[in-house]
Design a protein around this ligand. Structure first.
Ligand SMILES: *[C@@H]1O[C@H](CO)[C@@H](O)[C@H](O)[C@H]1NC(C)=O
Ligand SMILES: *[C@@H]1O[C@H](CO)[C@@H](O)[C@H](O)[C@H]1NC(C)=O
Ligand SMILES: *[C@@H]1O[C@H](CO)[C@@H](O)[C@H](O)[C@H]1NC(C)=O
Ligand SMILES: [Zn+2]
Length: 367
Protein backbone atom coordinates (compact mmCIF):
# COMPACT_ATOMS: atom_id res chain seq x y z
CA UNK A 1 0.00 0.00 0.00
CA UNK A 2 1.42 3.34 -0.97
CA UNK A 3 2.26 5.89 1.65
CA UNK A 4 -0.43 8.31 0.50
CA UNK A 5 -3.24 5.70 0.42
CA UNK A 6 -2.26 4.58 3.91
CA UNK A 7 -2.35 8.21 4.95
CA UNK A 8 -5.85 8.64 3.53
CA UNK A 9 -7.05 5.46 5.26
CA UNK A 10 -5.70 6.68 8.58
CA UNK A 11 -7.46 9.99 8.07
CA UNK A 12 -10.73 8.23 7.21
CA UNK A 13 -10.51 6.05 10.32
CA UNK A 14 -9.77 9.09 12.47
CA UNK A 15 -12.69 10.98 10.92
CA UNK A 16 -14.91 7.97 11.55
CA UNK A 17 -13.82 7.76 15.19
CA UNK A 18 -14.36 11.48 15.53
CA UNK A 19 -17.94 11.32 14.31
CA UNK A 20 -18.61 8.25 16.48
CA UNK A 21 -17.42 10.31 19.41
CA UNK A 22 -19.80 13.08 18.48
CA UNK A 23 -22.70 10.66 18.15
CA UNK A 24 -21.83 9.32 21.59
CA UNK A 25 -21.84 12.82 23.04
CA UNK A 26 -25.17 13.60 21.41
CA UNK A 27 -26.75 10.49 22.85
CA UNK A 28 -25.42 11.43 26.28
CA UNK A 29 -27.03 14.85 25.99
CA UNK A 30 -30.42 13.80 24.70
CA UNK A 31 -33.10 13.39 27.35
CA UNK A 32 -34.13 9.80 27.32
CA UNK A 33 -37.46 10.49 28.96
CA UNK A 34 -40.74 8.77 28.29
CA UNK A 35 -43.38 11.51 28.21
CA UNK A 36 -46.17 8.99 27.84
CA UNK A 37 -45.72 7.29 31.19
CA UNK A 38 -46.58 8.54 34.65
CA UNK A 39 -43.50 9.55 36.63
CA UNK A 40 -42.61 9.72 40.30
CA UNK A 41 -41.71 13.03 41.94
CA UNK A 42 -38.05 12.02 41.94
CA UNK A 43 -38.15 11.29 38.20
CA UNK A 44 -39.83 14.63 37.49
CA UNK A 45 -37.24 16.50 39.56
CA UNK A 46 -34.46 14.69 37.68
CA UNK A 47 -36.12 15.61 34.39
CA UNK A 48 -36.22 19.28 35.39
CA UNK A 49 -32.51 19.24 36.26
CA UNK A 50 -31.67 17.54 32.98
CA UNK A 51 -33.61 20.13 30.96
CA UNK A 52 -31.88 22.98 32.74
CA UNK A 53 -28.51 21.47 31.83
CA UNK A 54 -29.43 20.83 28.22
CA UNK A 55 -31.03 24.19 27.58
CA UNK A 56 -28.66 26.47 29.42
CA UNK A 57 -29.72 30.08 29.24
CA UNK A 58 -33.25 29.09 28.19
CA UNK A 59 -34.56 26.82 30.96
CA UNK A 60 -34.08 27.78 34.60
CA UNK A 61 -35.34 26.01 37.70
CA UNK A 62 -36.89 28.61 39.99
CA UNK A 63 -37.68 27.61 43.60
CA UNK A 64 -40.53 29.70 44.97
CA UNK A 65 -41.78 28.11 48.16
CA UNK A 66 -41.90 25.12 50.45
CA UNK A 67 -44.50 22.43 50.89
CA UNK A 68 -45.75 21.46 54.32
CA UNK A 69 -43.27 18.55 54.34
CA UNK A 70 -40.48 20.97 53.39
CA UNK A 71 -40.07 20.06 49.76
CA UNK A 72 -38.89 22.92 47.60
CA UNK A 73 -41.63 23.97 45.15
CA UNK A 74 -40.05 24.72 41.81
CA UNK A 75 -41.09 25.88 38.37
CA UNK A 76 -39.36 25.92 35.03
CA UNK A 77 -38.82 29.34 33.57
CA UNK A 78 -38.48 29.20 29.80
CA UNK A 79 -37.04 32.43 28.51
CA UNK A 80 -35.17 33.36 25.36
CA UNK A 81 -33.15 36.56 25.51
CA UNK A 82 -32.69 38.71 28.57
CA UNK A 83 -35.08 41.65 28.27
CA UNK A 84 -38.16 41.89 30.44
CA UNK A 85 -41.16 40.27 28.81
CA UNK A 86 -44.79 39.43 29.35
CA UNK A 87 -45.45 35.96 30.69
CA UNK A 88 -47.65 32.89 30.74
CA UNK A 89 -48.27 30.90 33.91
CA UNK A 90 -49.14 27.21 33.97
CA UNK A 91 -49.37 24.95 37.00
CA UNK A 92 -50.10 21.25 37.23
CA UNK A 93 -50.71 18.80 40.03
CA UNK A 94 -52.48 21.05 42.55
CA UNK A 95 -54.69 17.99 43.14
CA UNK A 96 -52.33 15.09 43.59
CA UNK A 97 -54.46 12.25 42.23
CA UNK A 98 -54.89 13.93 38.84
CA UNK A 99 -51.77 12.29 37.40
CA UNK A 100 -52.44 13.29 33.81
CA UNK A 101 -51.93 16.91 34.84
CA UNK A 102 -48.17 16.76 35.64
CA UNK A 103 -47.76 14.57 32.56
CA UNK A 104 -49.31 17.36 30.52
CA UNK A 105 -47.09 20.12 31.97
CA UNK A 106 -44.04 18.05 31.05
CA UNK A 107 -45.31 17.50 27.52
CA UNK A 108 -46.10 21.21 27.20
CA UNK A 109 -42.53 22.13 28.17
CA UNK A 110 -41.15 19.59 25.72
CA UNK A 111 -43.29 20.96 22.89
CA UNK A 112 -42.15 24.53 23.50
CA UNK A 113 -38.50 23.48 23.62
CA UNK A 114 -38.85 21.27 20.53
CA UNK A 115 -40.49 23.98 18.43
CA UNK A 116 -39.36 27.47 19.43
CA UNK A 117 -36.44 27.49 16.98
CA UNK A 118 -38.30 26.08 14.00
CA UNK A 119 -41.95 27.07 14.37
CA UNK A 120 -42.21 30.74 13.40
CA UNK A 121 -45.19 31.46 15.64
CA UNK A 122 -43.61 29.84 18.68
CA UNK A 123 -40.38 31.71 18.00
CA UNK A 124 -42.26 34.99 17.88
CA UNK A 125 -44.15 34.19 21.08
CA UNK A 126 -40.94 33.29 22.90
CA UNK A 127 -39.40 36.57 21.78
CA UNK A 128 -42.21 38.43 23.57
CA UNK A 129 -43.16 36.17 26.46
CA UNK A 130 -41.63 33.95 29.12
CA UNK A 131 -43.26 30.78 30.41
CA UNK A 132 -43.48 29.85 34.10
CA UNK A 133 -44.49 26.21 34.41
CA UNK A 134 -44.89 24.28 37.66
CA UNK A 135 -45.04 20.55 36.85
CA UNK A 136 -46.20 19.50 40.35
CA UNK A 137 -47.54 22.05 42.80
CA UNK A 138 -48.89 19.71 45.48
CA UNK A 139 -45.65 17.74 45.77
CA UNK A 140 -46.41 16.21 49.17
CA UNK A 141 -49.74 14.90 47.95
CA UNK A 142 -48.19 13.60 44.74
CA UNK A 143 -45.49 11.68 46.61
CA UNK A 144 -48.22 10.29 48.85
CA UNK A 145 -50.29 9.03 45.90
CA UNK A 146 -47.25 7.11 44.67
CA UNK A 147 -46.43 5.65 48.09
CA UNK A 148 -48.91 2.80 47.98
CA UNK A 149 -52.06 1.85 46.16
CA UNK A 150 -54.35 2.79 49.05
CA UNK A 151 -53.23 6.43 48.72
CA UNK A 152 -53.68 6.68 44.96
CA UNK A 153 -56.76 8.91 45.16
CA UNK A 154 -55.41 11.49 47.62
CA UNK A 155 -56.41 15.00 46.51
CA UNK A 156 -55.39 17.48 49.20
CA UNK A 157 -52.19 18.81 50.74
CA UNK A 158 -50.60 16.79 53.56
CA UNK A 159 -50.77 19.29 56.40
CA UNK A 160 -52.90 18.56 59.45
CA UNK A 161 -56.14 20.53 59.51
CA UNK A 162 -57.41 22.05 62.73
CA UNK A 163 -59.61 19.15 63.80
CA UNK A 164 -57.02 16.90 65.39
CA UNK A 165 -54.91 14.37 63.52
CA UNK A 166 -57.72 12.12 62.30
CA UNK A 167 -57.96 13.89 58.96
CA UNK A 168 -55.10 15.46 57.08
CA UNK A 169 -54.95 17.86 54.23
CA UNK A 170 -56.50 20.99 52.81
CA UNK A 171 -57.93 21.35 49.33
CA UNK A 172 -55.35 23.75 47.90
CA UNK A 173 -57.79 24.85 45.21
CA UNK A 174 -60.20 26.11 47.88
CA UNK A 175 -57.51 27.87 49.91
CA UNK A 176 -56.80 30.95 47.76
CA UNK A 177 -57.95 34.43 48.67
CA UNK A 178 -60.91 34.54 46.28
CA UNK A 179 -64.34 34.69 47.93
CA UNK A 180 -62.74 32.26 50.36
CA UNK A 181 -65.10 30.03 52.31
CA UNK A 182 -68.31 31.11 50.56
CA UNK A 183 -69.45 28.29 48.25
CA UNK A 184 -68.46 24.74 47.34
CA UNK A 185 -66.29 24.16 50.41
CA UNK A 186 -66.43 22.37 53.73
CA UNK A 187 -65.25 23.38 57.19
CA UNK A 188 -64.83 19.70 58.03
CA UNK A 189 -61.15 18.65 57.86
CA UNK A 190 -62.12 15.21 56.65
CA UNK A 191 -63.87 16.60 53.58
CA UNK A 192 -62.21 16.48 50.17
CA UNK A 193 -63.03 20.18 49.81
CA UNK A 194 -61.88 21.35 53.25
CA UNK A 195 -60.76 24.91 52.58
CA UNK A 196 -58.17 25.23 55.37
CA UNK A 197 -57.99 26.97 58.71
CA UNK A 198 -58.09 30.33 56.94
CA UNK A 199 -57.40 31.69 53.48
CA UNK A 200 -53.81 30.97 52.45
CA UNK A 201 -53.26 28.71 55.45
CA UNK A 202 -51.31 26.38 53.13
CA UNK A 203 -47.70 27.10 52.17
CA UNK A 204 -48.33 25.84 48.63
CA UNK A 205 -51.10 28.41 48.06
CA UNK A 206 -48.87 31.07 49.67
CA UNK A 207 -46.06 30.21 47.27
CA UNK A 208 -48.21 30.68 44.15
CA UNK A 209 -49.74 33.85 45.58
CA UNK A 210 -46.44 35.56 46.30
CA UNK A 211 -44.76 34.49 43.06
CA UNK A 212 -47.65 35.56 40.86
CA UNK A 213 -48.21 38.81 42.78
CA UNK A 214 -44.57 39.67 42.15
CA UNK A 215 -45.20 39.31 38.42
CA UNK A 216 -48.81 40.46 38.21
CA UNK A 217 -48.02 43.05 35.55
CA UNK A 218 -46.17 40.57 33.35
CA UNK A 219 -48.42 37.52 33.60
CA UNK A 220 -51.16 37.85 31.00
CA UNK A 221 -52.51 34.34 31.15
CA UNK A 222 -52.94 31.88 34.03
CA UNK A 223 -53.62 28.25 33.12
CA UNK A 224 -54.18 25.66 35.83
CA UNK A 225 -54.44 22.03 34.79
CA UNK A 226 -56.70 19.41 36.40
CA UNK A 227 -58.58 16.27 35.52
CA UNK A 228 -61.09 14.96 34.76
CA UNK A 229 -64.25 15.88 32.81
CA UNK A 230 -63.06 17.47 29.55
CA UNK A 231 -63.90 21.02 30.52
CA UNK A 232 -62.44 24.48 30.06
CA UNK A 233 -63.54 26.46 33.09
CA UNK A 234 -63.75 30.24 33.26
CA UNK A 235 -63.87 32.51 36.31
CA UNK A 236 -65.65 32.79 38.61
CA UNK A 237 -66.61 29.82 40.74
CA UNK A 238 -69.02 32.03 42.70
CA UNK A 239 -72.36 32.05 40.90
CA UNK A 240 -73.13 35.69 41.71
CA UNK A 241 -69.88 37.23 40.51
CA UNK A 242 -69.03 37.71 36.86
CA UNK A 243 -65.67 38.49 35.25
CA UNK A 244 -65.71 41.79 33.35
CA UNK A 245 -64.37 40.10 30.19
CA UNK A 246 -66.53 36.98 30.48
CA UNK A 247 -67.70 37.18 26.85
CA UNK A 248 -64.16 37.33 25.58
CA UNK A 249 -63.09 34.49 27.92
CA UNK A 250 -65.98 32.44 26.61
CA UNK A 251 -65.02 32.95 22.96
CA UNK A 252 -61.33 32.24 23.66
CA UNK A 253 -62.38 29.10 25.53
CA UNK A 254 -64.66 27.97 22.70
CA UNK A 255 -61.83 28.46 20.18
CA UNK A 256 -59.57 26.34 22.41
CA UNK A 257 -62.21 23.59 22.59
CA UNK A 258 -62.40 23.61 18.79
CA UNK A 259 -58.62 23.32 18.54
CA UNK A 260 -58.80 20.36 20.92
CA UNK A 261 -61.57 18.69 18.95
CA UNK A 262 -59.59 18.99 15.72
CA UNK A 263 -56.83 16.76 17.10
CA UNK A 264 -58.60 13.55 18.16
CA UNK A 265 -62.27 14.50 18.01
CA UNK A 266 -62.71 14.89 21.77
CA UNK A 267 -65.39 17.27 23.04
CA UNK A 268 -64.55 19.76 25.76
CA UNK A 269 -67.28 21.87 27.34
CA UNK A 270 -66.61 25.55 28.06
CA UNK A 271 -68.17 27.67 30.80
CA UNK A 272 -67.90 29.02 34.31
CA UNK A 273 -67.64 26.46 37.10
CA UNK A 274 -71.20 26.99 38.37
CA UNK A 275 -72.57 26.69 34.84
CA UNK A 276 -70.82 23.51 33.71
CA UNK A 277 -69.51 21.83 36.89
CA UNK A 278 -70.32 23.19 40.35
CA UNK A 279 -69.90 26.46 42.25
CA UNK A 280 -66.73 26.84 44.27
CA UNK A 281 -64.60 29.45 45.97
CA UNK A 282 -60.94 29.94 46.83
CA UNK A 283 -59.62 28.60 43.53
CA UNK A 284 -56.33 29.80 42.10
CA UNK A 285 -57.97 30.61 38.76
CA UNK A 286 -60.49 32.94 40.41
CA UNK A 287 -57.79 34.56 42.51
CA UNK A 288 -55.61 35.20 39.46
CA UNK A 289 -58.52 36.86 37.63
CA UNK A 290 -59.38 38.93 40.74
CA UNK A 291 -55.87 40.40 40.95
CA UNK A 292 -56.18 41.52 37.34
CA UNK A 293 -54.67 38.78 35.20
CA UNK A 294 -57.00 39.04 32.22
CA UNK A 295 -57.01 35.45 30.90
CA UNK A 296 -57.44 32.70 33.47
CA UNK A 297 -58.63 29.19 32.69
CA UNK A 298 -58.86 25.79 34.34
CA UNK A 299 -58.45 22.76 32.09
CA UNK A 300 -60.11 19.54 33.17
CA UNK A 301 -58.41 16.95 30.98
CA UNK A 302 -59.67 13.49 29.96
CA UNK A 303 -61.72 11.54 30.52
CA UNK A 304 -65.44 11.85 31.32
CA UNK A 305 -65.44 9.36 34.15
CA UNK A 306 -64.79 5.96 32.62
CA UNK A 307 -61.35 5.78 34.24
CA UNK A 308 -61.50 9.11 36.02
CA UNK A 309 -58.31 9.97 37.89
CA UNK A 310 -56.75 6.65 36.87
CA UNK A 311 -56.49 7.52 33.19
CA UNK A 312 -54.60 4.64 31.52
CA UNK A 313 -51.10 5.40 30.28
CA UNK A 314 -52.07 4.72 26.68
CA UNK A 315 -54.24 7.84 26.83
CA UNK A 316 -51.44 10.16 27.97
CA UNK A 317 -50.23 10.89 24.45
CA UNK A 318 -53.56 11.76 22.82
CA UNK A 319 -54.67 13.72 25.88
CA UNK A 320 -51.48 15.77 25.83
CA UNK A 321 -51.58 16.30 22.08
CA UNK A 322 -55.09 17.70 22.10
CA UNK A 323 -54.69 19.75 25.28
CA UNK A 324 -51.51 21.23 23.86
CA UNK A 325 -53.44 22.60 20.89
CA UNK A 326 -56.07 24.00 23.25
CA UNK A 327 -53.46 25.75 25.39
CA UNK A 328 -51.61 26.95 22.32
CA UNK A 329 -54.80 28.44 20.92
CA UNK A 330 -55.32 30.47 24.11
CA UNK A 331 -51.70 31.56 24.35
CA UNK A 332 -51.64 32.62 20.70
CA UNK A 333 -54.75 34.71 21.21
CA UNK A 334 -53.29 36.35 24.32
CA UNK A 335 -49.98 37.01 22.59
CA UNK A 336 -51.48 38.46 19.42
CA UNK A 337 -53.85 40.69 21.33
CA UNK A 338 -51.18 41.90 23.76
CA UNK A 339 -48.70 42.66 21.02
CA UNK A 340 -51.26 43.97 18.56
CA UNK A 341 -50.58 41.35 15.98
CA UNK A 342 -53.42 40.82 13.55
CA UNK A 343 -54.68 37.27 13.72
CA UNK A 344 -54.49 34.91 10.79
CA UNK A 345 -57.99 35.72 9.47
CA UNK A 346 -57.47 39.47 9.38
CA UNK A 347 -54.00 39.00 7.87
CA UNK A 348 -55.62 37.04 5.06
CA UNK A 349 -58.22 39.76 4.48
CA UNK A 350 -55.47 42.40 4.49
CA UNK A 351 -53.54 40.36 1.92
CA UNK A 352 -56.57 40.05 -0.33
CA UNK A 353 -57.11 43.83 -0.16
CA UNK A 354 -53.47 44.43 -1.00
CA UNK A 355 -53.71 42.12 -4.01
CA UNK A 356 -56.93 43.79 -5.19
CA UNK A 357 -55.41 47.22 -4.70
CA UNK A 358 -52.28 46.23 -6.60
CA UNK A 359 -54.43 44.78 -9.40
CA UNK A 360 -56.43 48.00 -9.60
CA UNK A 361 -53.30 50.14 -9.64
CA UNK A 362 -51.57 48.04 -12.25
CA UNK A 363 -54.68 47.76 -14.40
CA UNK A 364 -55.54 51.45 -14.12
CA UNK A 365 -53.39 52.51 -17.06
CA UNK A 366 -55.30 50.07 -19.29
CA UNK A 367 -58.62 51.81 -18.79
C1 LIG B 1 -39.86 21.52 58.12
O1 LIG B 1 -38.67 22.20 58.51
C2 LIG B 1 -38.81 22.92 59.73
C3 LIG B 1 -37.56 23.72 59.93
O2 LIG B 1 -36.42 22.92 59.76
C4 LIG B 1 -39.10 21.95 60.85
O3 LIG B 1 -39.28 22.64 62.06
C5 LIG B 1 -40.37 21.17 60.54
O4 LIG B 1 -40.61 20.18 61.50
C6 LIG B 1 -40.28 20.50 59.17
N1 LIG B 1 -41.58 19.95 58.83
C7 LIG B 1 -41.78 18.69 58.46
C8 LIG B 1 -43.18 18.29 58.22
O5 LIG B 1 -40.86 17.90 58.32
C1 LIG C 1 -50.26 2.58 52.68
O1 LIG C 1 -50.18 3.88 53.28
C2 LIG C 1 -51.08 4.06 54.32
C3 LIG C 1 -50.99 5.50 54.74
O2 LIG C 1 -49.67 5.91 54.91
C4 LIG C 1 -50.77 3.07 55.45
O3 LIG C 1 -51.71 3.25 56.48
C5 LIG C 1 -50.84 1.67 54.93
O4 LIG C 1 -50.43 0.76 55.91
C6 LIG C 1 -49.95 1.50 53.71
N1 LIG C 1 -50.17 0.20 53.12
C7 LIG C 1 -49.20 -0.55 52.67
C8 LIG C 1 -49.59 -1.84 52.06
O5 LIG C 1 -48.02 -0.21 52.75
C1 LIG D 1 -76.60 34.53 44.88
O1 LIG D 1 -77.66 35.47 44.87
C2 LIG D 1 -78.93 34.90 45.19
C3 LIG D 1 -79.96 35.97 45.00
O2 LIG D 1 -79.63 37.14 45.71
C4 LIG D 1 -78.90 34.37 46.62
O3 LIG D 1 -80.12 33.78 46.93
C5 LIG D 1 -77.78 33.33 46.70
O4 LIG D 1 -77.65 32.89 48.04
C6 LIG D 1 -76.47 33.91 46.26
N1 LIG D 1 -75.49 32.84 46.22
C7 LIG D 1 -74.39 32.85 46.95
C8 LIG D 1 -73.53 31.66 46.84
O5 LIG D 1 -74.09 33.77 47.68
ZN1 LIG E 1 -58.54 19.07 40.34
Amino acid sequence: MSQSIRGILVLLVLAGLGSLGRVGKCAEHRVNYDYFKYHTMAEITGWMEQLEKEHQGVVTIVPYGQTYENRSITLLKISVGSEKKKAIWMDCGIHSREWISPAFCQYFVKQILDTYQTDEKMKQMLSNMDFYITPVLNMDGYVYTWQNITNRLWRKSRSPGNCGDSCMGTDLNRNFDANWGTVGVSRNCCSEVYNGAKELSETEAQAVTSFVLGKRNEIMCFLTIHSYGQLILLPYGHPNVSAPNIDELMSVGVAAAEAIKNVHGMSYTVGTSPNVLYPNSGSSRDWARLIGIPYTFTFELRDKGEHGFKLPEDQIQPTCEEAYEGARSIITYVHDKTFNIPNAASTLIATIWMVLLTLCLTSAPLL
